[in-house]
Ligand binder design. Structure first.
Ligand SMILES: [Fe+2]
Length: 450
């Protein structure tokens, strides 16, 4: 008789994690109305209602349909309606039509979620037999996928609320972005790394279905690094305002060619969500998930909603450069993980200043431990293009479309943001976007050569 090859406690802890992750997605939608959840305000974004359905579709398509013979689909059309981009599974609606899905109504989507949740629980409580490894691996992948979409829901609803002429807040009871202390501008320091031959990426234990990494983080391999220096903190709004006031947006010598073309075409003058005003000393207000704030109030927070092109131009203006993804990963593995990282669970929903306490006794020689904000606040643009590591193999079948097919014309970002679930980030995690992308919480940390 077949028996679990994984300890029952590990299976029940996966079910507990499943319930926690799924509940976190719903909790995020609590302040939103059904109408809020219909909006798709830019080509990159999707309606929150679609995220709720698509994440459920993932479990239905990749776990229940292949591995649960007793499973009855919730609706005969959902298998293609909520497919995002998996061409090997068949056709799907064009992305720009997702805001037209007024039917099925939100209540049906919530019932779909509950139906799939019950079915996953039933599956995990049954005898898994010879498919156990695949079932547990795919549920683990589905949870990482759900967390990615929770972050996307946060960035998409921010854009939707900003686009609304009333500029409403996501949750007026929250106070994101407000410094918790009088944080003066902290001078940036640089930490030296000697480089050499270092390990990059990870090779999860192939016998452990819970040892998760996305395929694009694998396999672990060696990379040679020249000596480099990395900034102790992220670039702040105050730092970035100096670049704007030094005519950074109108000086072609600071920009990559494609960046300059984009800058001119889009008429950029500042990061996304910065509006000019006569009402504040700086002349700017910044939209947050708590509504507009004076730039002056956010001056010591990490600057965010930058494209790669803007981050690169700022770094050049500073006499520095962006770090490579390998430098970032190597440095992160040298520092202690920060228990105070500003990620989704803090509820700030906006980058926050570097804690002053982190610099207590500062002024001494920089050590690796003085690197701050490696996790959370903003995704950090790197100088690295998104490609497969040596020996990279996409997952087999349709799941191979998850990451591998996007390995062209995209740039790597590292470290997670203030809307990334804390359990979702790790030193080897590789995010990637087109270099003109600005709607994510994306910023930068400077690097330089010794
Ligand atoms: Fe997805």
């Amino acid at each position: 008789m077949a028996a679990h090859t994984t300890a029952p406690a590990a299976v029940s802890s996966l079910l507990a994690r499943y319930r926690t992750v799924r509940a976190a997605t719903l909790a995020f939608t609590a302040p939103l109305s059904p109408e809020d959840m219909m909006v798709q305000s830019c080509p990159e974004a999707s309606p929150v209602k679609w995220h709720l359905a698509h994440t459920t579709w993932f479990f239905e398509t990749f776990v229940l349909t292949p591995y649960s013979p007793a499973y009855k689909p919730f609706h005969k059309d959902f298998h293609w309606l909520f497919n995002s981009y998996y061409n090997s599974l068949g056709d799907m609606p064009a992305k720009n039509l997702r805001s037209s899905f007024s039917r099925p109504p939100l209540d049906d989507i919530l019932a779909y979620r509950a139906h799939v949740d019950r079915s996953i629980a039933k599956l995990l409580e049954s005898e898994l037999g010879t498919n156990e490894f695949d079932i547990l691996s795919r549920i683990t992948l589905g949870l990482e996928h759900e967390q990615q979409h929770l972050e996307l829901a946060a960035t998409d609803i921010k854009h939707a609320l900003f686009t609304n002429p009333l500029h409403p807040a996501y949750n007026v009871s929250e106070n994101p972005g407000a410094p918790s202390q009088s944080a003066s501008s902290i001078e940036v320091g640089f930490t030296k790394f000697s480089g050499g031959l270092v390990n990059i990426g990870t090779t999860p234990d192939p016998t452990d279905p819970h040892a998760f990494a996305f395929d694009n983080e694998t396999p672990q391999h060696k990379v040679f690094l020249q000596p480099f220096e990395l900034a102790s903190r992220l670039v702040t709004v105050r730092d970035y305002l100096a670049f704007i006031n030094d005519n950074g947006y109108t000086r072609p010598e600071l920009w990559l060619s494609e960046g300059w073309t984009t800058n001119c075409a889009e008429k950029w003058q500042a990061p996304l969500y910065w509006n000019r005003t006569d009402a504040t000393p700086s002349g700017w207000v910044i939209f947050t998930l708590a509504g507009f704030k004076c730039l002056d109030e956010l001056a010591d927070t990490p600057v965010c909603h930058l494209s790669f092109f803007e981050a690169d131009a700022f770094a050049r203006w500073s006499g520095c450069r962006l770090p490579t993804e390998f430098e970032w990963e190597h440095a992160t593995l040298q520092v202690l993980s920060s228990p105070t990282a500003n990620m989704l669970e803090t509820g700030n929903l906006h980058p926050t200043p570097t804690p002053l306490s982190s610099f207590a006794g500062g002024g001494g020689p920089a050590s690796a431990l003085s690197l701050q904000q490696m996790y959370g606040d903003v995704w950090e643009w790197t100088a690295s293009p998104y490609t497969g590591y040596p020996g990279y193999k996409p997952l087999p079948g349709a799941l191979g479309e998850y990451n591998g097919k996007f390995m062209s014309s995209q740039i790597i970002l590292r470290g997670g943001s203030c809307v990334t679930p804390a359990a979702h980030i790790r030193p080897t995690y590789r995010n990637f976007f087109h270099p003109a992308t600005r709607w994510q919480f994306s910023g930068l940390r400077l690097a330089r050569n010794p």
